[in-house]
Design a protein around this ligand. Sequence first.
Ligand code: PAF
Length: 282
Amino acid sequence: MRIIAKATDAAVWSAAMRREGRSIGFVPTMGALHQGHLTLVARAKAECDAVCVSIFVNPLQFNNPDDLRHYPRQLEQDRGLLTGAGCDMLFVPEEASIFQEHSPRLFDLGGQDNILEGPSRPGHFQGVVNVVERLFHYIRPDAAFFGEKDRQQLAVIQHVAHTLHWPERIVPCPTERAPDGLALSSRNLRLSPQERAVAPVLYQCLQSVAGSAFREPVTSAKEHGLRLLRAAPSIRLEYLEISDPLSLEPLVDWGDRTEAVALVAAWLGPVRLIDNVTLHKR
Ligand code: PAF
């Protein structure tokens, strides 16, 4: 596996792949890799000839300095995992290299930054899109693989890619879960054993919403989930919403949809976790 730190060298690698007629699959990450990331790498390997993974803890997307400071960093371990997963190129840009000659742009996010994650994380999605645009600029992937766990991030990137006619194919990949249902996330590393034991309640809450989705009114489906969360007082809920699967706009009724999505964000001690499940009309 090649390791590249300079953005311009990454562009040279990408051009060489193209010259050889190899398609490029790209998995952007912030490191502290887990099985969820490795599944994205496996998918990229299955669909493309060469795979690049980036590890960059992007300061532009952290609105909480404490979260940025404590974000887990474990490059040596990540490197071993990626070698084992058959990654061809690991891109670990320095901030100065990735943002050289670049002033942050204000992207049209289609109003997505005003809902769900948006109000409590001002500037977060602009930060995500700015770095993704820079990474795409250097790597020029054919396809980029994103986990559905960060459903709103995925929707924002799909929106921008669509409206700006980005040539990259954005590939959504299902959430990977621990056996007890907790969605895999780098932030799980920061949970204490007690918090880790409580954390699966988030998934149970989403499952109980799914159990009554489309059979009961939206508010009462939501109430099933809220009841479970109230029974776990160490969880501080930020939101539980049932939303349109494309716009992610929270719903007050099901309308004539056959699909929706339930999304939750909550704090366990100092750690903020998010999760979501798709709801189907059966
Ligand atoms: O999902 C992440 O890890 C990050 O938001 C991403 C897409 C790598 C951008 O920094």
